[in-house]
Design a protein around this ligand. Structure first.
Ligand code: AN7
Length: 355
């Protein structure tokens, strides 16, 4: 498959000479999650759900950020930018650095020190970005990026750049194309709230174009320790082990509220324990290894079913925003490891496995 700007060129209406910077992002699998549906029926009695996970962790840099970055960096290139800059909890910086490298544009990154999953940091290093770690959280880093953007010498590629949201809409197009209609509910993690804003714009646009008969209820989930939108106040010291969504003052706050209200959906919060348990459930029962923040969507689905918010027989899409390999530390810390160290001896190993 070509990248998403090529795939949806008719919607993005790009000129023939538009300089697309692509790593063939998008077209990620929409995987039927029948173990999730069975679990919900057993625990909460909601029957006949068709649950799909949109595994955006299978993008070129391992997260959904590539969908927006292909467009933001293409546009930066078109405008002759020499530098792009972003604040990040990790995935945006990995993606920006990759597309920057591909475009021949220098990438500058500001990240909270010690709060970036190892895989993401390794990506930014390998792609050759210039990295500054600060003694401050993502929200502080984004404020600094906004200030540096005002110099006019760098192009900001955080989701305050409208091309990011435009590119990320494509995930909603793909889901509708594959299901031949929109789902009834869409569950998604919420950090800076760009992605929920983008999906809602995508679902609206497809509906307006007559490509779907309905629009889903948008169900967004923040981590409990940084639930700014749910609590309707900025969180000064956001905390969660799902570092990707460790954000206390979401830039697209209003977009998330509009998505919720216009779709008749909800923004809720899930605890670190609920996130960790969905994270494990997906790996052990579906064979899908996403990163912790991504599992907030499925944790939210469990919670909404328990609360009676989901109708029997519904079609449900859950975005899994990032790849589990991004954060090996969390996997090794939280996975229920069945591990042993034994001598290299057939009999001993046979006995250990009970064969
Ligand atoms: C895996 O990389 O904000 O609500 O700087 O990496 O659109 O912010 C990451 C966010 C969910 C939240 N899941 O999406 C960044 C950054 C994963 C993420 C989110 C992020 P938004």
């Amino acid at each position: 498959m070509p990248g998403l700007l090529e795939r949806y060129r008719h919607i993005y209406q790009l000129d023939a000479d538009y300089p697309i910077v692509s790593l063939n992002e998008g077209s990620t699998p929409l995987i039927l999650a029948s173990a999730v549906a069975r679990h919900i029926e057993t625990l909460y009695g909601v029957k006949d759900l068709k649950v799909f996970v949109k595994f955006d962790g299978l993008n070129p840099t391992g997260s959904f950020k590539d969908r927006g970055m292909t467009y933001a960096v293409s546009q930066a290139k078109k405008q002759g930018a020499t530098h792009i800059i972003c604040a990040s909890t990790g995935n945006t910086s990995a993606s920006a650095a990759a597309y920057g490298a591909r475009a021949g544009i220098k990438t500058l990154i500001i990240i909270p020190q010690g709060k970036i999953a190892l895989g993401k940091l390794s990506q930014a290093i390998m792609y050759g970005a210039s990295i500054v770690e600060i003694d401050g959280n993502f929200d502080v880093a984004l404020d600094i990026v906004r200030e540096l953007g005002k110099t006019g010498r760098v192009t900001v590629v955080n989701s305050i750049n409208p091309y990011r949201i435009e590119g990320q809409k494509s995930a909603a197009f793909e889901i509708c194309d594959e299901l031949f209609d929109a789902p009834d509910y869409h569950f998604i993690p919420v950090g800076n709230a760009g992605n929920i804003t983008a999906y809602w714009a995508g679902y609206r646009q497809y509906h307006d174009l007559g490509k779907s008969t309905k629009r889903p209820k948008m169900m967004g989930y923040e981590a409990e320790g940084c639930a700014a939108i749910v609590l309707n106040k900025k969180i000064e010291n956001p905390e969660t082990f799902a570092t990707a969504i460790r954000i206390g003052n979401p830039a697209s706050w209003q977009g998330a509220v509009d998505a919720r209200d216009e779709s008749g959906g909800d923004i809720g919060m899930v605890s670190d324990d609920e996130i960790a348990s969905a994270y494990q459930f997906l790996a052990r029962n579906e064979g899908v290894f996403c990163e912790p923040a991504s599992a907030a969507s499925v944790a939210g689905l469990f919670k909404a079913c328990q609360a009676g918010q989901v109708k029997q027989g519904a079609t449900i899409a859950c975005t899994l925003t990032g790849n589990g390999l991004k954060d090996p530390d969390s996997a090794i810390r939280l996975g229920e490891a069945d591990r042993a160290t034994l001598p290299a001896d057939v009999a001993r190993i046979q006995a250990h496995f009970g064969l």
